[in-house]
Design a protein around this ligand. Structure first.
Ligand SMILES: Nc1ncnc2c1ncn2[C@@H]1O[C@H](COP(=O)(O)OP(=O)(O)OP(=O)(O)O)[C@@H](O)[C@H]1O
Ligand SMILES: [Mg+2]
Length: 370
């Protein structure tokens, strides 16, 4: 039941109108007025904004119920149920065009009335939700497209900042004093950090817009792992960490998107180092498991609480949120990684113990399955 909803009754026979009004009231609906003409119906819909109109088709005035309904629909999406004593083909055809929610033949029976009203309310609710969903999808698409254009536009000047600070760092145009050198380093580093964030935002908006493509080539996964380990050695040494690789013999060539797989491994290794304490090692392993290659990145860092694991692969989710945040980042790395692995027909997951460390693992087929 949907009691309390307001219904407007349009019926030119006063006695019938009052009878329906009383019966609806007994069913728990709110029926403040009964009107006898199309003009009054339009006026009341505008004034009272009811939830439903019960509309007699044959109004003894210049405008009948169907004409009234189509005028009402020009400014309101209120659901309308027709009531009529006779249902000839022509009237039925005209009525259909106005997309009514129901059509009741008079004399109106209580049960039929109630069922029609209930179905109307639930149909109307579903229709409204569908419209809202479509609007949401559209606005999310607009947002993704906006982010895509913005990140593109931001990269151009940012690359100039990075490029020119590189030139100054190389001292091609003269020696810098100690402070100048320090500040140029800051500019360069901040620029690179910002570029990383912008690239992540560009990736995530592409993911959302379904516009990430992978390009498959044959390459050595062992090389990529060793390369990643070498790349992070500097960062690791600064924190007294070490990156170690353990690649099962016989693992070498795979067919996948080399840059995207490298991106995922970088993400995982950079997280592992970020969330490790000084002196701890990060191990990258690769092994064969049936038709898939499994790559894992294992740390003995801060670990993840069981209840937080579900949040990991969601957009902008960082477990350590708010002002107390100690670690940098935007919380996009894992979302992007998950999407990239899924685009390869693989999966990514984590095994972790709070306070003891985490192992992130992804498995992808040696060759694309399709
Ligand atoms: N190895 C790990 N150990 C502990 N927590 C981790 C680890 N890897 C990820 N997390 C948790 O998952 C969150 C999300 O990781 P993700 O890589 O998506 O984002 P981020 O590293 O915070 O930022 P970004 O990668 O976008 O720079 C992290 O903020 C952290 O809370
Ligand atoms: Mg990260």
């Amino acid at each position: 039941m949907t009691p309390g909803k307001q219904i407007l009754v349009v019926e030119d026979e006063v006695i019938t109108g009052m009878d329906i009004q009383n019966r609806l009231k007994n069913m728990g609906f709110n029926v403040p007025v009964v009107v006898t003409s199309g003009e009054d119906a339009i006026k009341k819909v505008k004034e009272n904004n009811p939830d439903l109109v019960l509309m007699d088709i044959n109004l003894n005035r210049k405008m009948d119920g169907i004409e009234t309904a189509s005028q009402i629909h020009s400014f309101s999406d209120i659901p309308i149920i027709y009531m009529t004593a006779y249902s000839d083909e022509k009237t039925l055809e005209r009525a259909k065009i106005t997309e009514p929610y129901g059509y009741i033949i008079k004399p109106v029976k209580d049960r039929e009335l109630l069922i029609n009203i209930e179905i109307t309310f639930s149909k109307h609710k579903i229709q409204k939700m569908t419209i809202e969903n479509e609007a949401l999808i559209q606005s999310s698409k607009t947002k993704s497209e906006f982010l895509m254009t913005m990140s593109h536009e931001l990269r151009t000047p940012l690359n100039a900042i990075i490029g020119f600070s590189d030139i100054l760092k190389r001292k091609d145009f003269g020696v810098l004093n100690e402070n100048q050198e320090k500040y140029i380093d800051y500019i360069n580093l901040s620029g690179r950090n910002l570029l990383q964030i912008i690239n992540d935002i560009l990736d995530i908006s592409k993911v959302e817009a379904g516009k990430i493509d992978i390009s498959i080539e044959k390459f050595s996964i062992a090389d990529i792992i060793n390369e990643s380990s070498a790349l992070f050695q500097d960062t690791a040494i600064q924190k007294q960490n070490k990156v170690i690789t353990q690649i099962e013999p016989g693992i070498d060539f795979i067919e996948a998107d080399r840059n995207r797989i490298r991106q995922v491994i970088y993400n995982l290794v950079s997280n592992a180092l970020k969330f490790s304490k000084p002196g701890e090692n990060v191990i990258i392993k690769a092994r064969k498991n049936g038709d898939t290659v499994e790559v894992s990145v294992c740390d003995s860092g801060i670990g993840i609480k069981e209840e937080d694991i579900g949040k990991l692969f969601k957009e902008f989710e960082q477990i350590d949120k708010g002002v107390s945040r100690q670690y940098g980042g935007t919380g996009l790395g894992l979302v992007i990684s998950k999407k990239l692995i899924e685009l390869h027909g693989g999966r990514i997951w984590v095994e972790s113990k709070y306070g003891e460390g985490s192992t992130f693992i992804f498995a992808i087929p040696f060759k694309p399955t399709k």
